[in-house]
Ligand binder design. Structure first.
Ligand SMILES: [Zn+2]
Length: 140
């Protein structure tokens, strides 16, 4: 089994998540990123001469509008009859961090709270937490 590092990135700004009447979260966006992720994994696997992709390790920012279950659901569907069929997806969450627009302090998101711990003001820019990328794939 080998591990091939590779990176797949989405644009910094992601559209909002839609929730249907049954409470199921689904977005066209997730289907699109899952498809891109699969394509990239297949490309790497083929280049490595792999028979099968066993694991795909993904990194997801805390506030990226990516729902693990949706990605898994789409993945199972679109990976049929490919080298990646049956591959296990694992999701590593990356914490969100902000920079205060008033004083420049950097701080992590705590309980959904964006208030700056240094100056108590609200608002800032997201430094990290919107990522969604493929960290590595494992093949055999
Ligand atoms: Zn501040």
């Amino acid at each position: 089994m080998t591990s091939a590092p590779c990176r797949f990135s989405t644009p910094a700004r992601l559209p909002a998540v839609l929730i249907d009447s049954a409470g199921r979260i689904a977005t066209v966006h997730e289907l699109a990123v899952t498809q891109s992720m699969l394509n990239l994994a297949l490309e790497h696997a083929e280049r490595a001469g792999a028979q099968r992709i066993t694991h795909i390790n993904l990194v997801v920012g805390e506030i990226a509008s990516i729902v693990d279950d949706s990605v898994q659901f789409y993945f199972d569907f679109i990976s049929k009859d490919t080298l990646a069929e049956g591959a296990q997806l694992s999701f590593k969450r990356l914490p969100a961090r902000f920079r205060c627009s008033a004083c420049g302090q950097e701080f992590p998101l705590r309980d959904g709270n964006w208030i700056c711990p240094a100056c108590q003001r609200l608002g800032g820019e997201v430094i990290s937490g919107r990522e969604f990328y493929m960290e590595s794939i494992e093949v055999e």
